[in-house]
Design a binder for this molecule. Structure first.
Ligand SMILES: NC(=O)c1ccc[n+]([C@@H]2O[C@H](COP(=O)([O-])OP(=O)(O)OC[C@H]3O[C@@H](n4cnc5c(N)ncnc54)[C@H](OP(=O)(O)O)[C@@H]3O)[C@@H](O)[C@H]2O)c1
Length: 216
């Protein structure tokens, strides 16, 4: 199977790459090639691993990604939309640039890449959302808005693509990843689940019947 994973250079994306690697052709996507290559170097059991730089907020970059994938693989079996950013704080203190980054990355980036790859996807789209897509949280208004949007996108595609492509929404709580490095919103991320543990649970729960995965 050809598995495309966005945000594969760190955190959950890197761990998903490891648990979805066995005998598969992986396409690792992100903006930093060095981080993608670090992930690639940790994978031992894939059929092949390709790293492609792409900024999912940029439609041209996303179109280029599609062409690069088509030149290597005929099509894609699974797209895992994992890339995302977190910026937190009271709404009145949020910078306009940060609001744009959150919406551009989490919402529009996910939509752009899904739209572009859809004609060549065979089996499944998995959207990594968050419990922030299920419940509002203090000082997370824009992040939650972005994840509620991805939930709506995901649920709608589930219906739109029924019988053709399986769509899976994943909702998890905090994970100990670089996601929290530039914020004091969370004081101690070490109490969160390790991304490897979450990736393994996703892999275990990911079968042909499941359309929602909840990990508390
Ligand atoms: N950590 C948590 O507590 C938590 C909880 C629930 C859900 N989530 C969600 O889980 C997903 C993975 O997050 P994580 O915790 O693993 O954080 P992370 O380590 O910061 O990973 C996010 C990845 O997204 C990539 N990315 C960001 N902007 C991008 C862009 N414009 N184009 C392409 N790639 C981009 C980053 O790579 P580059 O910078 O190299 O592009 C990075 O590898 C996110 O969707 C996040 O919202 C996280």
């Amino acid at each position: 199977m050809v598995v495309v994973i966005t945000g594969a250079g760190s955190g959950l994306g890197r761990e998903l790459a490891k648990v979805y690697s066995k005998d598969n052709d992986l396409v690792l996507v992100g903006r930093r090639m060095d981080k993608l290559e670090e992930t690639r170097d940790e994978i031992i059991d894939a059929k092949s691993v390709v790293c492609i730089e792409c900024d999912i907020t940029n439609p041209q970059s996303v179109d280029d990604l599609k062409e690069k994938i088509k030149n290597i693989h005929k099509d894609v079996d699974i797209l895992i939309n994992n890339a995302g950013v977190g910026i937190f704080g009271p709404l009145e203190e949020m910078k306009i640039d940060d609001i744009n980054t959150l919406i551009d990355t989490n919402v529009k980036g996910t939509i752009f890449i899904t739209r572009a790859l859809l004609p060549i996807i065979n089996k499944k789209i998995m959207n990594i959302i968050s419990t922030a897509g299920l419940r509002g949280k203090v000082n997370e208004s824009v992040y939650c808005a972005s994840k509620f949007a991805v939930r709506g996108f995901s649920e709608s595609l589930m219906k739109e693509l029924e019988g053709r492509i399986k769509v899976v929404s994943v909702y998890m709580g905090g994970m100990d990843t670089p996601f929290w490095n530039n914020t004091d919103h969370v004081k101690d991320k070490s109490r969160f689940k390790k991304p490897h543990e979450v990736a393994l649970t996703i892999r275990e729960m990911d079968d042909d019947l499941t359309s929602e995965i909840h990990i508390s």
